[in-house]
Write a protein that binds this ligand. Structure first.
Ligand code: CMC
Length: 486
């Protein structure tokens, strides 16, 4: 689509105003749109209406106002937010005003979660109460445990996680606006707070269960006397040792820093899903299931898993140039590189590089790190990547750390989604507390067939069955031992 730029009027002849003037050349109508916080409301454009031009499709709805088309939300702000700020050009990230580097060095995950959700760093007694509540909401109902246990041994842990949260909605009828009234979370803030601590508390338990199913071991009950990440490691790894067993505190600390780094990242794919789904006022468990499903994809939280598969496929340093050539020919994607918002550097990837060394000191150096370093160095010197402003993102290093710590590959996205729940809940709460919640309902631009009349099947032209219309080459398992052939 061509973007036309009008020749600029010198600002010296204009008194600067905080607005833009848009002239609809179809009608000559001009509108002034106020700029607030360097943004304009897309709804302003719906004032621009015109009669249908000759031969124009009625589906364009031209007399009903101009639509703003922005596939994949490249330049559309979905919310006004007080939670997280990213300066993509400078590679800067802050939560509620605090730079991520300071939080990673000085805070803890639970404290950062409180900051994100409630807006300020907690006082000592607030922090104690907050941590106590979360660590005392870690138990999962027995019948829900049984349901989770029924999942197959080879289930992807993210599908277990998503299913468990979707099911939790059925276990909390008092928290369900569909049953209790649509204004439940507008009116009842203590109930909202309770769901927040329940979700954060149960997340690590469900995550550990997803892992224990994989290794075919019984679930380990949570321990409320441990820190958030210590308890996760405990529930994953406790076997026949005495109950006083504790995970390595250095790894619990490293994981806590990783959790801080992953706690929020404003309107990414999954958090915007949380806001989108939450705008319908459905219960928060269903919202978390939907947001987690969005995170599971390889272009989002699944990237850390994809990075390791990619590095393993490259195998050794001498294969790096060939692989990069394939990326440049667009036959491969360089997972863990690039970002929609960051254009210089991802500040999280710098901190995470230091955590990697902390973990390697305990667990030994991950052999794929040599390939990762050679690949990163070669890509950062290559014009293809520099001209497109592609550099390592958080997922490039996090996967190597998780691998060094011995987590299975498909568990990596779980280690991303558990901390990201703080961001989901902060945005869910902000939306419902704003008093301005409206259901998210994007527009579309219809480019399909115009109106036509139904033709009965016998009167229709015969059409070949192809892969395009969906029914060709669908693989079926058919036993060779059947009497009747299909
Ligand atoms: N490898 C190779 N080429 C790339 C990559 C990559 N990782 N990322 C972008 N490009 C190319 C892309 O092909 C395009 O080239 P051209 O101009 O020739 O068509 C150009 O760079 C611009 O890319 P884009 O597709 O417009 O970028 P985007 O903002 O739509 O996508 C992204 C952002 C993160 C989805 C993408 O960079 C990507 O697919 N990266 C790999 C997956 C990944 O690491 N995801 C984790 C993101 S960070 C954590 C999170 O949010 O979950």
């Amino acid at each position: 689509m061509a973007i036309m730029t009008a020749s600029a009027v010198p600002t010296s002849v204009l008194k600067p105003k905080n607005s833009i003037t848009v002239i609809d050349n179809r009608t000559g109508k001009s509108i002034d749109i106020e700029i607030t916080d360097n943004s304009i409301p897309a709804t302003a454009f719906s004032q621009l209406k015109a009669p249908y031009a000759d031969g124009e499709r009625p589906e364009n709805d031209t007399p009903y106002g101009l639509r703003v088309l922005d596939p994949s939300f490249i330049n559309t702000a979905m919310i006004q937010s007080e939670i997280t700020y990213i300066d993509g050009n400078k590679g800067f990230l802050m939560h509620r005003g605090y730079p991520i580097e300071q939080l990673a060095e000085k805070s803890s995950y639970l404290e950062t979660a409180y900051l994100l959700i409630y807006g300020e760093l907690p006082g000592k007694s607030q922090l104690d109460l907050w941590s106590w509540e979360i660590m005392h909401h870690t138990f999962v109902a027995d019948d829900l445990q049984q349901m989770i246990r029924q999942m197959r041994y080879d289930s992807h842990p993210m599908s277990v996680f998503i299913s468990a949260f979707a099911a939790m909605s059925a276990f909390a009828p008092e928290a369900n606006p569909a049953l209790q009234g649509s204004d439940l979370y507008i009116m009842n803030k203590p109930l909202m707070n309770k769901q927040i601590v329940r979700i954060l508390g149960k997340a690590t338990t469900v995550a550990a269960m997803a892992y224990r199913i994989r290794i075919n071991r019984p679930f380990t009950p949570p321990r409320s006397d441990l820190s958030y990440t210590e308890n996760l490691l405990y529930m994953m790894d406790h076997m026949a040792e005495p109950n006083s067993y504790r995970p390595d505190p250095r790894l619990a600390k490293a994981l806590d820093i990783l959790f801080i780094l992953h706690a929020d990242h404003e309107m990414n794919c999954s958090t915007s899903t949380m806001v989108h789904v939450g705008s319908s006022l459905v219960d928060p468990y269903s919202c978390v299931a939907a947001a987690s499903a969005a995170l599971y994809g390889p272009l989002h939280g699944g990237a850390n898993e994809a990075v390791i598969r990619m590095l393993a496929k490259i195998g050794s340093v001498e294969n790096v140039p060939d692989f990069l050539q394939r990326v440049k020919e667009k036959k491969e994607l360089l997972f863990g590189f690039g970002h929609r918002v960051y254009r210089e550097t991802d500040p999280r990837s710098k901190v995470i590089r230091e955590v990697a060394d902390m973990v390697f000191d305990v667990c030994g150096r991950e052999p794929l790190i040599e390939v990762a370093i050679a690949l990163k160095d070669a890509a950062l010197k290559d014009e293809y990547f520099t001209s497109r402003k592609l550099f390592p993102n958080v997922d490039y290093w996090s996967g190597l750390i998780y691998k060094a710590m011995g987590f299975p590959l498909d568990f990596f996205p779980v280690l991303f989604v558990v901390p990201r729940l703080a961001g989901y809940l902060a945005h869910w709460k902000q939306q419902l507390d704003s008093g301005k919640n409206k259901i998210s309902r994007p527009r579309q631009v219809y480019i399909g067939k115009g109106r036509r009349d139904y033709i009965p099947v016998d009167a229709r032209e015969e059409r070949p069955i192809t892969a395009q219309n969906g029914l060709n080459a669908i693989p079926h398992y058919i036993s060779k031992r059947r009497l009747t052939k299909i």
